[in-house]
Design a protein around this ligand. Structure first.
Ligand SMILES: NC(=O)c1ccc[n+]([C@@H]2O[C@H](COP(=O)([O-])OP(=O)(O)OC[C@H]3O[C@@H](n4cnc5c(N)ncnc54)[C@H](OP(=O)(O)O)[C@@H]3O)[C@@H](O)[C@H]2O)c1
Length: 326
């Protein structure tokens, strides 16, 4: 395993992060998620491979992902050996403390996450989206207070417009509050809109990118149109705004991944992950493993160096689109 700093912060993370949205009670939110027993081989594999940066959220499995992660922390490793990230924003219940980034919601939700994770601190506490219904100052001061109370070590953000992120960082800076060290954005061979504005901002500010869905939820890890798993059978084709997640033109990208993978004799996932990893602003992609070999492929991608010709054929078919999920 390689380790790196998260952006220019002092936090050392593994270059591959374990995405814990794959874990949770399948009856709660997504039918394809794994329970404790199903997740065990993946946690064991993560420890063996040195994948020590784990990402979850209060909303995953409506709290049950955090509970599974909390039990895994005690069973398979030592809490201090893991860099533990979770998130706040999405609706956990109705009422003023159940969602959003108000001071009330942040204070309630951080304590609820700590209880479920069965730990007294979170390494990276992330806002899951921008909240247009709360003043930026209120959110940034509340997050600063969470850090000063010792409940979180660092803060991060996820999926928003670059101007919103810049506004939040600026308010924190002028007030002397804790600033974000990471941005968790959707980034893969078929979702590249963050290259437009966000990545330049992150590079300028020394903020690390930790992309979610680096394999486009599996779409670039298998031939176009193949739906051979529970997740791929049930995954939506549009986001919650009704925006398409995939364009017909994406077939050419997936075909290129397949061609390169076959020529090199490696799984498609390694080629697609190697492409994400080569971007200098990327600190660590967050992999969604549902089988132990998924993590092994992600780690193996650290040794795959794509040629200029291969990169050209992967990138050329990309068609700009509306970003999805925010
Ligand atoms: N901040 C946010 O808003 C946000 C949103 C989404 C996710 N996330 C975070 O990002 C993490 C990863 O998201 P994701 O699961 O969508 O990521 P992903 O890595 O793009 O997709 C994971 C899926 O790809 C397939 N896959 C993975 N490795 C493979 C391999 N070696 N060979 C073949 N197929 C492979 C599997 O599909 P099958 O299961 O179908 O086989 C797996 O479920 C989540 O767990 C969560 O922590 C954050």
């Amino acid at each position: 395993m390689e380790y790196t700093r998260l952006g220019t912060s002092g936090l050392k993370i593994s270059r591959i992060s374990l995405g814990c949205m794959s874990f949770g009670d399948p009856a709660k939110r997504m039918s394809w998620t794994l329970d404790d027993e199903g997740a065990e081989p993946i946690f064991r594999q993560a420890i063996e491979l040195g994948v020590t940066f784990w990402d979850t959220a209060n909303i995953y499995g409506l709290g049950t992902s955090e509970e599974i992660v909390g039990r895994a922390l005690r069973k398979y490793t030592r809490r201090d050996d893991i860099v533990l990230a979770t998130k706040v924003f999405q609706p956990m219940h109705q009422g003023p403390g159940g969602s959003g980034l108000s001071r009330k919601a942040i204070m309630e939700q951080v304590d609820a996450s700590l209880r479920r994770l069965d730990t007294d601190y979170i390494d990276l506490y992330q806002i899951h989206r921008f909240d247009p219904e709360t003043p930026v100052e209120e959110t940034m001061e509340a997050l600063h207070d969470v850090v000063k109370a010792g409940k979180a070590r660092y803060i991060g953000a996820s999926s928003m417009w670059a101007w919103q992120f810049a506004a939040m960082q600026h308010r924190a800076e002028i007030h002397g509050w804790t600033k974000f060290v990471s941005m968790q954005d959707q980034y893969s061979l078929i979702h590249r809109e963050e290259e437009r504005e966000m990545f330049g901002l992150l590079a300028d500010q020394g903020v690390g990118s930790i992309p979610w869905s680096p394999l486009a939820a599996g779409r670039v890890a298998r031939p176009w149109g193949e739906r051979s798993s529970r997740r791929s059978e049930t995954n939506p084709d549009v986001d919650f705004h009704g925006r398409p997640l995939f364009l017909d033109s994406d077939k050419a990208i997936v075909d290129a991944v397949q061609r390169i993978a076959e020529a090199r004799g490696v799984p498609m996932a390694q080629v697609a992950m190697a492409w994400v990893l080569k971007n200098p602003v990327v600190s660590a992609p967050i992999v969604g493993a549902t089988k132990p070999h998924h993590l092994a492929d992600a780690v193996a991608a650290l040794d795959v160096r794509l040629t200029d010709e291969e990169i050209r054929s992967l990138e050329e078919p990309y068609v700009p689109r509306m970003p999805t999920y925010f």
